[in-house]
Design a binder for this molecule. Structure first.
Ligand SMILES: [Zn+2]
Length: 312
């Protein structure tokens, strides 16, 4: 992927929270602790990852369900203090071509421009894209790096430990490495924000199993990531410039490979040595590939309505 060197970057929503203040534990405070059943020590970070992802998603759904919708939620109280200035030097597409940090800002900008155009009046950007190390506080509770990247609907923010890609996705799960992999993950998390804006989170009733609502929500995020990838080079910023000047077939193949690597069956096989469909929360490798490709080839919100089809 290449960026238009002259395009201006907007780093207003991208922050780095730095190293968690909780000393590596869960700093979420009373009632927000994320339990890891069965003493996951030794189970490998992949095993922890999947368990915690389920719990975080459930907590977030619970939060958004009991909070009377997102409208009344104060989004500013949790992350105000934290910004290490990691993104201060990110000003142009040229910076994004040189630095992976600035490329993250550029991809966030592209996602925001794309979805603004796609959703029109129904759109608002995510509140924040927060990178962190070790642990972070969110409206969905405290989280550590083991959680993996996630979207918290209660504060409409995306949280990302940038070490995840080397340490978990590549080393633990055998996923691909390389620039575009992270941007697929970012586009997937942004996809959760779009599902949230469109009201799909409220439709989630069943949490586990290949045809569950939780899986449908995940596959929808993959589909939305595909939609953005399809339109990435034709998306224009406020000044009418296309920020992403090149996205190759290899980039798209890497995204699909990454989607497959985080399929529930692949993760279960790696961490438990067996596959149990009933506990799936994100969908199999084949399902994730399929829905990314549906988004990429059909490129419409309607095609990505995973809640409208009989079987995903
Ligand atoms: Zn997801």
């Amino acid at each position: 992927m290449k960026f238009n060197p002259k395009a201006r970057l907007d780093r207003g929503r991208v922050k780095d929270a730095g190293q968690g203040s909780g000393g590596g534990g869960f700093p979420g405070g009373s009632g927000r602790r994320i339990p890891i059943p069965g003493g996951a020590a030794g189970g490998g970070i992949g095993g922890i990852l999947i368990v915690v992802l389920i719990i975080v998603l459930n907590q977030c759904l619970a939060n958004s369900d009991t909070g009377g919708g997102t409208g009344g939620y104060s989004t500013s109280r949790l992350n105000d203090s934290a910004d290490t200035g990691r993104y201060e030097s990110c000003e142009t597409g040229a910076d994004a071509n040189e630095s992976q940090d600035c490329a993250r800002v550029a991809v966030e900008n592209s996602l925001t421009d794309y979805w603004d155009g796609e959703l029109g009046g129904r759109f608002r950007p995510e509140e924040q894209l927060v990178t962190f190390t070790d642990s972070v506080n969110t409206a969905c509770g405290g989280a550590t790096s083991a959680v993996g990247p996630f979207y918290c609907p209660a504060d409409e923010s995306i949280y990302l430990d940038t070490d995840f890609f080397d340490e978990v996705l590549e080393r633990e799960l055998g996923g691909p490495d390389g620039g575009f992999v992270e941007y697929y993950v970012l586009a997937h998390e942004y996809g959760h924000h779009i599902s949230n804006l469109l009201g799909y989170f409220g439709q989630v009733r069943t949490q586990q199993g290949p045809q569950s609502d939780a899986v449908r929500l995940e596959l929808q995020a993959d589909c939305y990531a595909g939609m953005w990838a399809r339109h990435a080079t034709s998306t224009k910023d406020a000044e009418g410039q296309a920020l992403i000047s090149e996205l190759t077939d290899e980039d798209v193949d890497l995204a699909i490979e990454a989607a497959e690597a985080v399929g529930d069956d692949r993760i279960q096989q790696k961490t438990q040595g067996q596959v149990t469909e009933e506990s799936w929360t994100h969908g199999s490798a084949a399902m994730r590939k399929k829905w990314f490709e549906i988004g990429y080839t059909e490129g419409s919100l309607q095609a990505c309505d995973t809640f409208a089809v009989g079987r995903v």
